[in-house]
Design a protein around this ligand. Structure first.
Ligand SMILES: NC(=O)c1ccc[n+]([C@@H]2O[C@H](COP(=O)([O-])OP(=O)(O)OC[C@H]3O[C@@H](n4cnc5c(N)ncnc54)[C@H](O)[C@@H]3O)[C@@H](O)[C@H]2O)c1
Length: 269
């Protein structure tokens, strides 16, 4: 076996000895991300506000031999984060990976949205990640550095019919770059993953699913597994020289779906 393959496999797939926090891990993409990181050897603290679902999932994953714990954590509450870090200090004594995945959506136009509704979305999606980075990055730095992955969206690249959600996802991209600059010399990398349509409980009943898939150049939605594999790469040492970047994973939607539609309608494609 060639040495370069051995090094690549170890760097990208082996998280042995690392500790990770994944927020919004009780279901959906966060659940798959937590399982994959744990399956690659990490000890994973799965966090969510959905206590029963999260505890049950952690139990199932432990049954598969994975070293995971569940903890109720509201990403908007600083005290909640501090308590999670206390648990990590007692459990493994280090933190290497943070996946800021928790997110909510409220599909209302600006004209129909109250300030309280706007703030609720911004608080979970943007402020929650800010608090996570603020509290976790110094802990990572103290144990040799680490990797933070913020789950933004391809909505963070355009205007959208979800103005609060879209604004929060643009904010996450700005936060990602700013945090990457602030913590680079402390060995903490910060990147953003920007998925397109992934069918989960967040959007399962949305009338937008079919038109979104139709507009997606690859003509399908993405899978939570596919997002988790990108998160794993960014969490791992295989991405060791990457920080402050956005990674769009959307079947070509952001790459040029609008121009592709024009080409289709004019008979070019
Ligand atoms: N599904 C998609 O098409 C899509 C596309 C782009 C980005 N995303 C983003 O991916 C992430 C995961 O979404 P999903 O599709 O798995 O949806 P989901 O609704 O299944 O999962 C989101 C999780 O976040 C948790 N959560 C909500 N508020 C929380 C809080 N205050 N504290 C802690 N946890 C909280 C929820 O309980 C839930 O378990 C979100 O950030 C979402 O915005 C989703």
């Amino acid at each position: 076996m060639s040495d370069v393959i051995e090094r690549a496999r170890a760097a990208m797939n082996d998280l042995t000895g690392k500790t990770a926090i994944v927020t919004g891990a009780a279901r959906g993409q966060g659940a798959v991300e937590a399982e994959l990181l744990a399956a690659c050897g990490a000890q994973v603290l799965m966090c969510d506000v959905l206590e029963d679902d999260g505890a049950a999932l952690a139990e199932t994953l432990r049954g598969k031999g994975l070293d995971v714990r569940f903890r109720k954590l509201d990403v908007t509450a600083e005290a909640s984060w501090a308590a999670a870090l206390d648990e990590i200090a007692d459990w493994t004594g280090r933190l290497d990976v943070l996946v800021n995945n928790a997110g909510i959506i409220n599909r209302k136009l600006i004209a129909d949205m109250s300030v309280a509704e706007w703030s609720a979305v911004m608080n979970v999606n943007a402020t929650g990640a800010f608090i996570g980075i603020k509290l976790c990055a110094p802990v990572m730095a103290a144990t040799g550095g680490g990797s933070i992955v913020n789950i933004s969206s391809n909505s963070g690249f355009s205007g959208h019919y979800d103005p609060a959600y879209t604004s929060s996802k643009w904010a996450l991209r700005g936060l990602t770059r700013s945090a990457a600059m602030e913590f680079a010399r402390q060995g903490v990398r910060v990147n953003a993953v920007c998925p397109g349509l992934i069918v989960t409980d967040l959007n399962r009943n949305s009338p937008h699913l079919a038109p979104m898939i139709g507009m997606t150049p690859m003509n399908r939605s993405g899978e939570a597994d596919e997002v988790a594999q990108l998160v794993l790469f960014l969490a791992s040492d295989g991405s060791g020289f990457i920080t402050g970047e956005d990674f769009v994973i959307d079947g070509g939607f952001t790459g040029g779906a609008a121009y592709r539609r024009v080409a289709q309608e004019t008979g070019l494609l």
